[in-house]
Design a protein around this ligand. Structure first.
Ligand SMILES: Cc1ncc(C[n+]2csc(CCOP(=O)(O)OP(=O)(O)O)c2C)c(N)n1
Ligand SMILES: [Mg+2]
Length: 561
C-alpha cells in the first residue's frame, strides 16, 4: 500500500491507473513528459507496465494494435502539445480502422488556462473529428469516472478511439479517496452487442435458402466481434463461398473448401446474392460499384452509418457479425431445405477460377531472377508462416504484392493499417502483438519507405526483449507513388520525391542490438528467415527487390486512372 492510500487520499494519476486496471489493461505505451508522470506512478501501484517508445505515433499505433490483438481497449499516454500532436496519426488510424483505444494527453494546469503555458494547445478541438469522444477532465475527483466514460464511448456502435486531456494540476492533486468516483471493474459499462432486427434476420435466412450462387465477404468486424466460429459455422452449414478482407483474413484457413481469394471479382460479378459483413463500401470495395447489378446485396455492420452508404442495398442489418450470422444460420437450418447441396456446382466453378488464377501466377512466385521479384519474396513469406505467426504489412507496393499472396493461417493473425493507409504502423503493431501474445511469432513485411518513418522503435523492441521477424522489401524507392508519377510524367520527370538511399537496414538492426542480414539471391530468402527465427531477437532481413517491377494492384488503382 502506498503512503497516499494510507493517508486516505489519491492523486489523479493513480486514479487513471485504477480506471485502466478496471478495463483489464496491463500496459500503457508512452513517451514521457512532465505533464503525465503521475500516471506512471499510478501504474507502478496497479501493476501496469510502462512501455516507453521513441515516438508518440508509435505509442498510439501500439495502443491500436493492442486493442486488435487482445479485444481489450489499448491505451497510450503522451505529453501535452507536441506529444499529443505526434500521436494524432495513430488516433486517426484507429478511427478509420474502428479500433477501440484511449489516448491520454497531458495539458497545462487549469490554473494557467489560456495563459500561454508550456506545450498548451487546443487538444480536444484537434481530436474531436477523429475520435468517438474527446474531453477535458475537469477535476481530480472525476478522473477515473471520465476515463470509464471514454471507454464506454469507445464501444458505441463500431468501436473507435477516445481522447482525454488531463490538466497537470488536476492530475497531480490529491483528493480524499471517498470523494473520488472509482468505477468498479465489470460494473460501469454494458455489452453493446446487438442482434439486429429479427425480421431482417428471417429475410436473410430466406434469401440464402433460395440462392443458387451466394458469396459472402467477411470483413474486419468479423474479427472485432470475435465472430470467427459463427462465420465458419454459417458458411459450412449453408455452403457459401467466403472471401475475407482486413482483419477478417484468416477467419477460414487456406485450403478450407469455403476459403476463396483470387476469384473474388468473378464471384461478385456472377453471384445472385452477395453478403457483405463488417466492411464498408469504401475504395477497397470500389465504393460498391463492382458488384453484379442483378445480385441481391445484403450488408451487415455494427455502424448504421455504414449500411447503404455509397450504394443501395436490398437488405441492411445493423448488428454484431457473430450474433447476426448465427441467428441467420439457425433460421435457415429450420427450413426444409437450406439449399446447400444445390450450391455444390457454384463452389466448383469458383474453385476452378481460383486454381487457374493461382497457376497463372505461380511461375512469378517461384522466379529465380535477380534482383529479386517481389512476388518471390511474398511467396517465401507465405510458405514460412505458421499457424502461430501474426503477419503485419507496412508499406506500399510491396505490401500490395503480399495482399494477393500471403494468407494468414489463423484468425486474428493479419494486421494492416486499415482504410487510412498509414505507413509506419509496422514496428508499433509488432510491439503490441508480441507484447500481448508472447507465445506467437510476429512477422512484419515493411517497405523501406514505411520502415524509415518509425523504425527507431526497433530499439524499443530490443529493450523490451520483443523478438520479431522484420523483412524489408528494399527497392530504395517509394515505389507505389513512383508508379503513378512515371505513368503521368514519364520515367525522367517521374523520378522526383520518391527516391531513397540504398540503406542497409540489416546493419541498422545490428547496431541497435538486434539480428540482421541482407539477401540478394532469392534462394537465400528462406534460410535468412529461418536464421532470424532462431536468433530469438528482433530481426531485420533486408531483401533487395527489383525496383522496376510493380504490383498489379498498384497499377490498377483508380487514383492513377
Ligand atoms: C504516412 C504516410 N505517408 C505517405 C503515404 C503515401 N504513400 C503510399 S505508398 C507510399 C510509398 C511507400 O514506399 P515503401 O514503403 O518503400 O513501399 P514500396 O511502395 O516502395 O514497396 C507512400 C509514400 C502514406 N500512405 N502514409
Ligand atoms: Mg520502397
Amino acid at each position: 500500500m502506498t503512503a497516499d492510500a494510507e493517508s486516505g487520499t489519491i492523486s489523479g494519476g493513480h486514479l487513471v491507473a485504477k480506471a485502466l486496471k478496471a478495463e483489464g489493461i496491463d500496459v500503457i505505451f508512452t513517451l514521457c513528459g512532465g505533464h503525465i508522470i503521475d500516471i506512471y506512478d499510478g501504474c507502478i501501484d496497479e501493476g501496469i507496465e510502462v512501455v516507453d517508445v521513441r515516438h508518440e505515433q508509435v505509442a498510439a499505433h501500439a495502443a491500436d494494435g493492442y486493442a486488435r490483438i487482445t479485444g481489450k481497449p489499448g491505451c497510450a499516454v503522451v505529453t501535452a502539445g507536441p506529444g499529443t500532436t505526434d500521436a494524432v496519426t495513430g488516433v486517426a488510424n484507429a478511427f478509420r480502422a474502428e479500433s477501440p483505444m484511449l489516448l491520454i494527453g497531458g495539458q497545462g494546469a487549469l490554473s494557467q488556462h489560456k495563459m500561454g503555458s508550456l506545450q498548451d494547445l487546443p487538444h480536444v478541438d484537434m481530436m474531436t473529428p477523429i475520435t468517438k469522444f474527446a474531453a477535458t477532465v475537469p477535476s481530480t475527483e472525476r478522473v477515473a469516472d471520465i476515463v470509464s466514460m471514454a471507454f464506454r464511448e469507445c464501444y458505441n456502435g463500431a468501436p473507435g478511439p477516445s481522447f482525454l486531456e488531463i490538466p497537470r494540476d488536476v492530475l497531480d492533486a490529491k483528493v480524499p479517496l471517498e470523494k473520488a468516483r472509482i468505477p468498479e471493474a465489470g460494473r460501469y459499462r454494458a455489452s453493446t452487442r446487438q442482434l439486429g432486427d429479427p425480421a431482417a434476420i428471417e429475410r436473410l435466412a430466406d434469401l440464402i435458402v433460395h440462392s443458387e450462387k451466394p458469396a459472402i465477404l467477411l470483413g474486419s468486424q468479423v474479427w472485432t466481434c470475435r465472430a470467427t466460429s459463427d462465420a465458419v459455422d454459417f458458411v459450412r452449414a449453408l455452403n457459401v463461398p467466403a472471401y475475407m478482407n482486413g482483419s477478417g483474413r484468416g477467419t477460414l484457413p487456406p485450403g478450407d473448401p469455403h476459403h476463396f481469394q483470387l476469384s473474388r471479382r468473378y464471384a461478385f460479378t456472377e453471384a445472385d446474392l452477395i453478403i457483405i459483413v463488417g466492411t464498408p463500401f469504401d475504395f477497397r470495395m470500389g465504393y460498391g460499384k463492382r458488384l453484379s447489378p442483378t445480385a441481391t446485396v445484403v450488408q451487415i455492420d455494427l455502424d448504421y452509418r455504414t449500411v447503404g452508404k455509397n450504394r443501395d442495398i436490398d437488405l441492411g442489418i445493423v448488428g454484431d457479425a457473430g450474433l447476426v450470422l448465427s441467428a441467420a444460420a439457425a433460421a435457415a437450418t429450420g427450413r426444409e431445405d437450406n439449399g446447400s447441396a444445390r450450391r455444390k456446382k457454384w463452389l466448383e466453378e469458383l474453385r476452378e477460377v481460383e486454381t487457374k488464377a493461382f497457376e497463372k501466377r505461380l511461375p512469378r512466385q517461384l522466379s529465380g531472377s535477380q534482383p529479386i521479384d517481389p512476388y518471390r519474396l511474398v511467396h517465401e513469406i507465405n510458405e514460412f508462416l505458421t499457424e502461430d505467426t501474426i503477419y503485419i504489412g507496412d508499406g506500399g507496393d510491396i505490401v500490395t504484392f503480399s495482399g494477393q499472396v500471403v494468407q494468414p493461417k489463423s484468425p486474428g493473425h493479419w494486421m494492416d493499417p486499415g482504410p487510412l493507409g498509414t505507413l509506419g504502423v509496422g514496428v508499433a503493431f509488432a510491439m503490441a502483438a508480441k507484447y500481448a501474445q508472447r507465445d506467437k511469432e510476429v512477422l512484419c513485411l515493411f517497405g523501406d519507405g514505411a520502415f524509415s518513418l518509425t523504425g527507431w522503435d526497433f530499439e524499443t523492441m530490443v529493450r523490451f526483449d520483443l523478438p520479431f521477424i522484420g523483412v524489408i522489401g528494399n527497392n530504395s524507392s517509394m515505389n507505389q507513388i513512383r508508379y503513378g508519377q512515371a505513368a503521368k510524367y514519364g520515367d525522367d520527370r517521374g523520378r522526383v520525391g520518391n527516391t531513397l538511399g540504398d540503406v542497409r537496414y540489416d546493419e541498422f538492426a545490428r547496431m541497435l542490438g538486434g539480428y540482421g542480414e541482407e539477401v540478394r539471391d532469392p534462394a537465400d530468402i528462406r534460410p535468412a528467415l529461418e536464421r532470424a527465427r532462431e536468433s530469438g531477437k528482433p530481426a531485420l532481413i533486408n531483401v533487395w527487390v527489383d525496383p522496376d517491377v510493380y504490383a498489379p494492384g498498384t497499377m490498377n488503382q483508380t487514383m492513377y486512372k
